[in-house]
Ligand binder design. Structure first.
Ligand SMILES: Nc1ncnc2c1ncn2[C@@H]1O[C@H](COP(=O)(O)OP(=O)(O)OP(=O)(O)O)[C@@H](O)[C@H]1O
Ligand SMILES: O=P(O)(O)O[C@@H]1O[C@H]([C@H](O)CO)[C@@H](O)[C@H](O)[C@@H]1O
Length: 163
């Protein structure tokens, strides 16, 4: 197993693994299906808000419930977590099967919660929880107009033009 996979953490080990990280800890969550420049820029900026970045990743079943499409996720949870764990900006990766990352936030109690600028921090449960115990919730502006959905649309357009 490559060393970066040691950054992948079982859910029940999360509090202990977070306690061992340099502080302040930043936590974010998401699907991260096809990793793109928007994601890696956003993760690097999230890491810069503190000393360690924890990424909570939706399980395949919880992605299905988000309604992004019947064929999503394209990459399995194990693959999405391994790719994220290989990034320099990321200290720890943990899966979550709930509809939101609220419980992960409550278990990890990060000093900072970060999410892309497409979310209103005061409207989402994760942001509300961190603000509720005196932490910070930061929305990071989109720097690159990229998304997994747009990449997939391009691939589909290309393959239908070829057929
Ligand atoms: N271009 C981008 N710039 C900055 N942050 C982004 C960008 N795209 C996604 N993010 C952030 O990365 C996290 C994971 O995003 P997500 O997996 O939904 O990406 P996506 O590519 O937009 O996916 P999809 O097209 O499937 O919705 C979220 O917090 C989101 O706000
Ligand atoms: O990658 P996405 O679709 O941005 O990730 C979702 O974020 C939601 C957000 O935290 C608001 O609660 C979360 O609920 C959902 O499970 C995905 O992680």
């Amino acid at each position: 197993m490559p060393r970066f996979e040691e950054k992948i953490c079982q859910r029940d080990a999360l509090p202990a693994r977070v306690a061992a990280l340099p502080k302040p800890v930043v936590l974010t969550n998401g699907v991260f299906d096809i990793l793109h420049r928007g994601h890696v820029t956003y993760l690097a900026q999230a890491r810069e808000l503190g000393a360690s970045l924890v990424v909570a990743v939706n399980t395949d079943a919880s992605v299905k419930r988000l309604g992004k499409g019947d064929d999503r996720p394209l990459n399995t949870l194990a693959d999405r977590m391994a790719v994220l764990a290989a990034l320099e900006s990321v200290a720890l990766v943990v899966p979550f099967d709930e509809d939101t990352a609220l419980e992960v936030v409550q278990e990890a109690r990060p000093e900072i919660y970060a999410k892309g600028g497409d979310y209103d921090m005061t409207a989402i449960p994760e942001g509300q929880a961190v603000l509720g115990y005196g932490g910070k919730a930061v929305a990071i502006d989109f720097e690159h107009d990229r998304s997994t959905t747009k990449l997939l649309a391009k691939v589909r357009e290309f393959s239908s033009a070829k057929s």
